[in-house]
Design a protein around this ligand. Sequence first.
Ligand code: NAD
Length: 483
Amino acid sequence: MKADKYIQNYIGGKLVPPLSGKYLENIAPATGKVYSFIPDSDDRDVELAIQAAKSAFPTWSKADTRTRFRLLMRIADILEQYLEIFAQAESKDSGKTLKLATEVDIPRAQSNFRFFATSIIHFPSESHYNPGESINYTLRQPLGVVGCISPWNLPLYLLTWKIAPALAAGNCVVAKPSELTPMTAYLLAQACIKAGLPDGVLNIVHGYGSKAGQALVEHPSLKAISFTGGTETGRKIALTAAYQFKKISLEMGGKNPNIIFADCDFASMMATTLRSSFSNNGQICLCGSRIYVERPIYEQFRDEFVKRTQFLKVGDPKSTITDMGAIVSQQQYEKVLSYIKLAQEEGATILTGGQAVQLSGELSGGYYIRPTILEGLDISCRTNQEEIFGPVVTITPFDTEEEVLTYANGTQYGLSTTLWTQNLSRANRMAEQLEAGIVWINCWMERDLRTPFGGVKNSGLGREGGFEVLRFFTEPKNVCIKY
Ligand code: NAD
């Protein structure tokens, strides 16, 4: 298991260079320096991967579920055995803290394999009975070759969240990880070889989204696409897929509200709000970047939140005392800083943060930003409407439930909402009316892998998780028997 300098594609069970022989630079966000190289794959590499997956499909799709179970469990065990190597690679590639990668990202990738290895054994099909006449039963058959496309913010966590159910359901996969964070996908390929996954069952093609990703989406042999990433990329994929009637599942952007009522458990809310605002530098699609606070506790909240945020340490992702590492790329770093500038133009007061952090020594070229809290912005301004995907939150007071519902639902997005209140009736009433795929009450990021996961409006189409995703990755066929 080795994070080599030259990452290779994984096609037909082998680690292979891109056919063009060209590589892209892979930059470590903590230093801003090139540290490895990624295949600049094109449609020819995608073609090879699709052909390998097609050849593997007849055997894999008919394999006993216990065979799939055993292999997926073996991959999970290898991820566990090499946790340190995976976590170090994830931290180096993405700039996230080593602690987060060790405690969250890689353990969750293991859980994804274990969860879907066992889920497929318990995945039921339906039967519809007409007494004295007929019985119908539903076969759930694998689709064929499917594409899994993932983003950079939770690289292995989200890639395996797609790959594991697709494989468990009997499909063969061509995956395209983010070009910004390819290393753990490369290590996963090595883990699959070590686990004895049959050749071609999983293929991983690296490179640009607009080149390798687009070639994958366009390929006529691809039956379905599971995508996580930005809303505009999702729209493009949906347009391409529609022409060929491909099945799609899209997990896209968010601008999630965090609604805090005066009757909340203040200590618990404050500790969780710090996490839901700034974990992974705010680069989690589920982070709550619009914070609405009921007026009676607004000032108390603001003062405590600002004080606690000022204690957060931005620094070397490898250090155990760092709370926030580097932003994933120079482009994302500049985007976040440009939104802070825009917010000021829109009339924001910066309560804390608002600027880049200049570290020294080998970290001097890295992309660091102080966690930023903004106040005084209009609900409809761009800062409150557009996804920043960085360590930036806005805080706004509200007076009534109706008012805050309008605020919460007032964007194009609808991924998740967090709600803090001790009033059970209000919690249930609001959960019904919030336009979101996920509502967390008095918690955040409590993830039970059995639950449906996804967004509404421009945040998503379809659901991942539990049996929902196994339904996505299978085709139902009704068989009717008359007697
Ligand atoms: P992105 O859309 O730029 O890229 C995502 C993936 O799509 C990458 O692998 C990229 O190479 C690929 N891609 C780009 N263009 C493509 C094309 N034309 N055809 C096929 N593939 C293409 O997103 P990103 O910047 O990597 O990730 C950040 C975004 O992801 C944010 O908007 C965030 O909210 C979203 N996200 C959503 C969820 C969720 O569950 N809803 C989870 C994590 C991240």
